[in-house]
Write a protein that binds this ligand. Structure first.
Ligand code: UGA
Length: 432
């Protein structure tokens, strides 16, 4: 298709990436947000979130005149052919998704939408939302389409431009096909289906990833108890094409703005139709247990009691490549350490300012000063390049707890430190 007139509502990492990438594909895009200051910064080409390639795409879109930013959805949609809803759907009471932001937008645009303009949900929304939006709009001339995103934070632009698949669902097939055509240049397989199926694809995919990670974390724990090495176990599993090699790294638990919220929401949705999704509930429980096990491991590394110990933390973001702290396992672990009476000093290359229960410093060596143990909680590549001998001299104790299996244990051990990873009991000894 040629260029379409598109409005994207919400400029978080999903909305902004969607808007900037659609403009990059040649469409005419207006991005809307309620935050006036943010809109002014974006209109000046300033991007606040850490997303490689995004700032450049925004500037290109702005200077090509294909991207602009405004406050107020009502006026923006008056001339649109498609409206993408990219507003937050946080976890509400009882774990269900909170749809108030979506509802507020529908309220605002309902009377202004031109006939034939497709209303498209991009944020993860509960199954049945497209139908609910249709009912709220009460307009037979406006098709509603579900087109979930599969963007990972930190690689959102690359994920948008090289998708594994494009999923589009609507109860009006023609509208679904039209929306899929917006992405023709991306040459990805298309899954065109009904709205409920498209909505469920997103949950089913994210929850499957969460279960995969809980499973791997449990296998890592078994490795510790059985004397096996998780690196070899996951390598051996990953070559099986039915399993795949990605999402097999153990860690301090899965977090971020999506997996925790989506797993709870799907358990809730299942419950609402009388299905006890115990498999998924167990994965959530395992994720809580993983954080407890990490804290116990750190306690063990400082002689059994955290009270009065000094713990240095490397990494606070929920994963490397982002400054996002939402539902970060690192924050849960540091909060638990502080609650047990540990004094926590932390460094993260992308996080500054102040956070409760810890002192934030500017480099890993300040973290090490007087520390009894150092804990790696986010897998930032720069931590691999730390001068471990210099760091060892600054520490009071000698334990490095590597909850991401990020470091080369031999390098750490050679500096006279002890290394404790996850599921790697054999890697704790220096090779001779
Ligand atoms: C996730 C999905 O991966 C995206 O496909 C989806 O579009 C997005 O949610 C969303 O719903 O919007 P994201 O939250 O950015 O993306 O984070 P992931 O890269 O999936 O990581 C999630 C968590 O799993 C992080 O805490 C990460 O550290 C952890 N993880 C990931 C591991 O512990 N091990 C791994 O091997 C991979």
């Amino acid at each position: 298709m040629g260029s379409a007139r598109i409005v994207v509502i919400g400029t978080g990492y999903v909305g902004l990436t969607t808007g900037a990438c659609l403009a990059g594909l040649g469409h005419q895009v207006t991005c809307v947000d309620v935050d006036e200051k943010k809109v002014a910064r974006l209109a000046a080409g300033q991007v606040d979130i850490l997303e490689p390639g995004l700032e450049e795409l925004v500037s290109r879109g702005l200077s090509a005149g294909r991207l602009n930013f405004v406050v107020g959805a009502g006026a923006a949609v008056a001339n649109a052919e498609a409206v993408f809803l990219c507003v937050p759907t946080p976890m509400g009471a009882g774990g269900a998704a909170d749809l108030r932001a979506v509802e507020a937008v529908i309220d605002e645009i309902c009377g202004v939408l031109p006939a034939g303009c497709a209303v498209i949900t991009k944020s993860t929304v509960p199954v049945g939302t497209a139908q609910r939006i249709r009912a709220m709009l009460g307009r037979v001339d406006v098709p509603v389409v579900a087109n979930p995103e599969f963007l990972r934070e930190g690689t959102a632009v690359a994920d948008f431009l090289n998708p594994d698949r494009i999923v589009v669902g609507s109860d009006e097939e023609q509208a679904a096909r039209w929306v899929a055509d917006l992405y023709t240049d991306l040459a990805a397989p298309n899954v065109i289906t009904d709205a409920a199926s498209a909505e469920l694809v997103k949950y089913a995919a994210n929850c499957f990833l969460a279960m995969k990670l809980s499973y791997v974390n449990a296998i890592a724990e078994l490795c510790e108890r059985l004397g096996a090495d998780i690196m070899s176990v996951t390598e051996g599993m990953g070559y099986d094409r039915r399993i795949g090699r990605s999402f097999l790294k153990p860690g301090p638990g899965w977090g971020g703005s999506c997996l925790p919220k989506d797993t709870h929401a799907l358990v809730q949705v299942a419950e609402s139709v009388g299905f006890d999704f115990s498999l998924l509930s167990a994965a959530i429980g395992e994720n809580i247990a993983q954080r407890d096990r990490i804290v116990a491991k750190i306690a063990g590394a400082v002689g059994g009691t955290l009270a009065g110990s000094r713990i240095g933390v490397l990494g606070l973001a929920f994963k490397a490549g982002t400054n996002d702290l939402r539902d970060s396992p690192a924050l849960s672990v540091t909060a638990m350490l502080a609650a047990h009476g540990a004094e926590v000093t932390a460094y993260d290359p992308a996080v500054g300012g102040e956070l409760p229960g810890m002192r934030i410093v500017d480099d890993p060596y300040q973290v090490a000063k007087g520390a009894d143990a150092i804990v790696v909680l986010t897998e930032w590549d720069e931590f691999r390049r730390i001068d471990w001998s210099y760091l060892a001299d600054l520490m009071q104790g000698d334990s490095i707890v590597d909850t991401r299996n990020l470091l080369d244990p031999q390098v750490v051990l050679a500096a006279g430190l002890t290394w404790l990873g996850l599921g790697r009991p054999r890697a704790r000894v220096l090779a001779r």
